[in-house]
Design a protein around this ligand. Structure first.
Ligand code: TRP
Length: 333
């Protein structure tokens, strides 16, 4: 079984789709798959109630719109599975603080404080951020996950989950043990970094993203605004130097990509024409998806029932794992 956690921290964009969402969804062909919205992970940084709710709903609606099948998979919100938080305490008690000190999100926060000359290297660090890897370990362990598809930046956390399960099994396991997970970097994850509108990697932190479900007028404006050089229309161009072309390659058919490449290399085709083609291609793909997304994201939509049913399935899986852990530590014997 494969488990994917999705932290709801922003408006999903084309780069998320190519680099993370699509490769994660392709795993359903190979594994029994569980996907969940890691909403309590986002609480380490979100302080705005409306935004917290909106991001969670938007991310859930996005994954379903893009092909997550809630019948074939298990899909839920972390905050709907209270068993996770009980096991988090239990596993906190078998986890060394030193291990958490070395976790990279925490270390990065301290490094930032050091750089800015703060007297207290822990300034601005809440216990949620510090304990984050334990909560993530429980997300993984309580479902009995075999593999956890993640990007390179999350591999350390999956290794921590394996370490923490190992400690628990060593200290308490005999009849009962937690399954040791492994990280999996799905084919295609980050393999090709797709540029954003300024030519750098498309990323929320650069503010250069093209959101998946922007209305057509905004989509058109963003595509028109992709950086390009000033080679005149009639001159030959290098398609691979163009951010718009690299985005086009991810969404157009292979024949259309080949055709566009030839036209740019020959000259006579301008960047504006390429951008029009890119816009048309994206719009054709997105029109039906946008409608579906809008339906799902609206308050009171079927999304509520989907997540409620998913939470039931998830809790059915989590309960015996928690019960086993409770017995193992002696609280229930
Ligand atoms: N930490 C992950 C991220 O920031 C999200 C996440 C939370 C997760 N729990 C998980 C991923 C469990 C995989 C498994 O992207």
């Amino acid at each position: 079984m494969s488990l994917t956690g999705i932290k709801p921290t922003g408006e999903p964009h084309l780069g998320n789709y190519i680099g993370a969402i699509r490769p994660a969804l392709e795993l359903t062909a190979t594994y029994e798959s569980i996907y969940f919205i890691a909403d309590y992970h986002a609480l380490t940084s979100i302080r705005d109630r409306a935004q917290f709710a909106a991001y969670t709903r938007s991310v859930a609606a996005t994954w379903i719109t893009l092909g997550l099948d809630p019948e074939q998979t298990t899909f839920y919100k972390q905050s709907d599975v209270p068993e996770i938080f009980e096991l988090t305490w239990i596993l906190s008690c078998v986890t060394g603080k030193g291990l958490m000190n070395r976790a990279h999100a925490y270390k990065a926060a301290r490094d930032r404080n050091a750089e800015s000359g703060a007297a207290d290297l822990d300034a601005g660090v809440n216990m949620g951020l510090f304990n984050y890897p334990i909560l993530m370990a429980v997300d993984i362990l309580i479902m009995g996950s075999d593999v956890v598809p993640v990007g390179q930046d999350q591999v350390q956390h999956v290794e921590y989950a394996a370490d923490i399960a190992g400690s628990f099994n060593h200290l308490f396991g005999s009849e009962y043990s937690l399954k040791i997970p492994t990280a999996l970097i799905p084919a295609g994850t980050g393999a090709r970094t797709m540029p954003g509108t300024d030519g750098r990697k498309m990323s929320k932190s650069y503010g250069n993203t093209i959101p998946l479900f922007a209305p057509p007028s905004r989509l058109r404006k963003l595509v028109r605004g992709i950086v390009s050089d000033s080679t005149p229309v009639e001159e030959p161009k290098d398609p691979d130097s163009s951010a718009a072309f690299q985005i086009y390659e991810n969404f157009a058919t292979p024949d259309d990509v080949k055709d566009m490449r030839v036209r740019l290399e020959q000259g006579g085709t301008g960047w504006g024409e390429l951008k029009n083609a890119l816009y048309e291609t994206l719009e054709a793909w997105l029109t039906p998806l946008r409608a579906r997304y809008d339906e799902l994201v609206a308050p009171g939509s079927e999304l509520d029932a989907i997540l409620a049913a998913g939470a039931e399935k998830a809790r059915d899986r989590a309960r015996p794992v928690l019960a086993g852990a409770r017995r193992a530590i002696g609280v229930d014997s």
